[in-house]
Design a protein around this ligand. Structure first.
Ligand code: DON
Length: 346
């Protein structure tokens, strides 16, 4: 090797080393003590924050204890870090949309979601009927996506199964595999939402009328309502997020829950639409694909680094937990979670 080539070779090795260091898992870049300290600091900082209010358009959600505040972070090596109340459970609500979308992608491939529903942000509220009107293929308007209600109810209608019971089992089992334990439904929340979800029933009917849903829309809306009522704690949600951060393999149970090649598509929709009309703001501050639920949970995924979840029921005007947004932002940024924040090579 001549001197010129040797210098070029060494430069290439150094560049590779820098690139690897820049994308190093947080477990290697931040030790367990730093991760725990980041969780503890966020918990202490926001424990007494009282902004926002529980969702009340689903009557059972108004009764949930607003003080619940739990933080969990799971790394690809299966370590679980927690702060605050990680035992209390809330209903998963819209966070389930991520996993039902993933179920459909696993069954039918990435194209199925893109072609039938779309993968663009609507910029509108999660249960906007205007977005459905715009999305009519005949009008050629902007698309929707599987993380807003019209797209989510459509995704639920696409889950394979000969009977309602079979469809439901495939959805619940899939969520349980992500969480690493058998999950169950909060019956009170399910019944409360089923008795009051006329708007979602209308959305389901419209999606059927416009040809997006091709089976019974009432059943699709009902199964969607049940999936939103799955009961989870912060650790469940963090493990679900960490499974996405770990290429579809649950880092705690070791089970490959979904194909690694399908994960980036799921994360892309989370990045563009996970926090609804506030998704841009969220991405601007964290860079993380995330998903919120009106039960008060938010999950966020730092690919290759960690999955994090916070539960705190009081929501802001867009329907996203106030304390969860603040705590995840603080923790992720202090641990170098933002995938856009690469270090300079020199
Ligand atoms: O369909 C609904 O209205 C609820 N089951 C879920 C909405 C939701 O979680 C929106 N999230 N921020």
């Amino acid at each position: 090797m001549t001197m010129k080539y040797r210098i070029g070779y060494l430069a290439a090795v150094a560049a590779t080393a820098f690139a690897i260091a820049a994308s190093m898992p947080v477990a290697a870049a931040s030790g367990p003590a730093e991760i725990q300290a980041a969780l503890d600091a966020a918990y202490a900082k926001y424990r007494d924050l009282q902004e926002g209010a529980n969702a009340d358009y689903i009557p059972a959600l108004a009764k949930v204890d607003s003080k619940i505040f739990g933080i969990a972070l799971v790394t690809p090596d299966g370590r679980v870090y927690t702060a605050g109340d990680v035992k209390s459970e809330v209903s998963i609500q819209s966070i389930s949309k991520v996993f039902t979308m993933a179920r459909v992608i696993e069954d039918e491939g990435l194209d199925a979601i893109e072609k039938r529903i779309g993968v663009d942000a609507t910029g509108m509220r999660f249960n906007s009927i205007v977005s459905v009107e715009f999305a009519q293929k005949a009008l050629g308007g902007p698309e929707i996506n599987p993380l807003v209600n019209p797209g989510a109810i459509t995704a639920t209608s696409m889950v394979q199964g000969a009977t309602r019971a079979e469809v439901w089992k495939r959805i619940l089992d899939f969520h349980s595999d992500f969480a690493g334990r058998p999950l169950s439904v909060n019956k009170e929340v399910y019944e409360s939402e089923a008795a009051t979800n006329h708007r979602n029933q209308a959305i389901g009917a419209l999606m059927y009328a416009y040809g997006f849903i091709k089976s019974d829309p009432a059943q699709a809306t009902d199964v969607y309502t049940e999936q939103c009522s799955i009961s989870v704690n912060a650790k469940d949600l963090a493990t679900m997020a960490a499974t996405l951060a770990n290429g579809g393999k649950n880092p705690v149970t070791g089970k490959q829950v979904m194909k690694s090649e399908n994960v980036p598509g799921v994360l892309a929709v989370m990045a563009t639409a996970g926090l609804y009309d506030d998704s841009g703001k969220w991405l601007y501050h964290t860079g993380l694909p995330a998903k919120s639920g009106v039960g008060g949970g938010i999950i966020a995924v730092a690919p290759g680094k960690f999955g994090i979840a916070v539960i705190s029921p009081p929501l802001d005007a867009a329907g996203n937990s106030v304390r969860a947004q603040k705590a995840i932002t603080l923790i992720s940024n202090s641990l170098g979670g933002n995938p856009y924040a690469a270090r300079s090579a020199r």
